[in-house]
Design a protein around this ligand. Sequence first.
Ligand SMILES: C[S@@+](CC[C@H](N)C(=O)[O-])C[C@H]1O[C@@H](n2cnc3c(N)ncnc32)[C@H](O)[C@@H]1O
Length: 236
Amino acid sequence: MFQEDLLNIVKPANKKIIEIGCGKGENAFSLSAMSKEYIGIDISKDVIDLANANIPVNLKDKLKFKIGDASCLDFDSNYFDTAVLIHSFHEMPLQIQYPVIQEVRRVLKNEGTIIVIDPVEPPVLFQECFNFINREFKFFNHSLSVIHSNWIIEECLRKNLLKLDRKATIKVDYSFNNFNELIQFLIDDYYGELTFTDEMINILKNGISEILNIKDINEDIKLCDENFVWILKNNK
Ligand SMILES: C[S@@+](CC[C@H](N)C(=O)[O-])C[C@H]1O[C@@H](n2cnc3c(N)ncnc32)[C@H](O)[C@@H]1O
């Protein structure tokens, strides 16, 4: 079931794909069959040795496994169509999650796709949303109350807000169940000197739906077999 979902989400046909934190390669064996080229990297030599030992003969031309660290990828820029992270992102320490996404973006083509499948909501996406808000609403200058139940997200927001040099009060008693709640949170919880006009709300919705590559604003964040699936379009 999971492999079938994975094929539907990743849509590997004729794509050059990098899988980051590929483990022993089980997902790569099914995803690479239709791909143009598939490279799995993992920081652990043990799992890469196992993956390499088990490559089916018919995939040997296009499937390769290499030892590598997600925060420092040994590949040319603008090379891959798709980057997939399956159950690996949450294992990376918080301080490298944002650099990892930046590094993944570097090796991806413009308009390439980043797919993160994880049992944990990746906090980096909230950072993306806040970066977007910062870009669009530069005149923002007020204190912000951010509420979330996930300490990782709290930590991420705290760092991000410090970077933005804003005063922040962070309370912890909220969690998002779907995309609409996230949008509503971003609108409701910004208060102070700024009132969101309809135009600003539209910019916010369009921008964030683009970051998350969610076409229909009413669509919930997709859940697949108890995983969060986040799909980002690379925008260089
Ligand atoms: C839970 S396993 C998932 C493996 C595989 N994707 C799967 O779904 O079966 C997470 C993998 O991420 C790898 N990993 C963790 N941090 C990494 C990093 N910074 N760079 C590359 N791989 C990493 C680990 O070595 C591990 O093999």
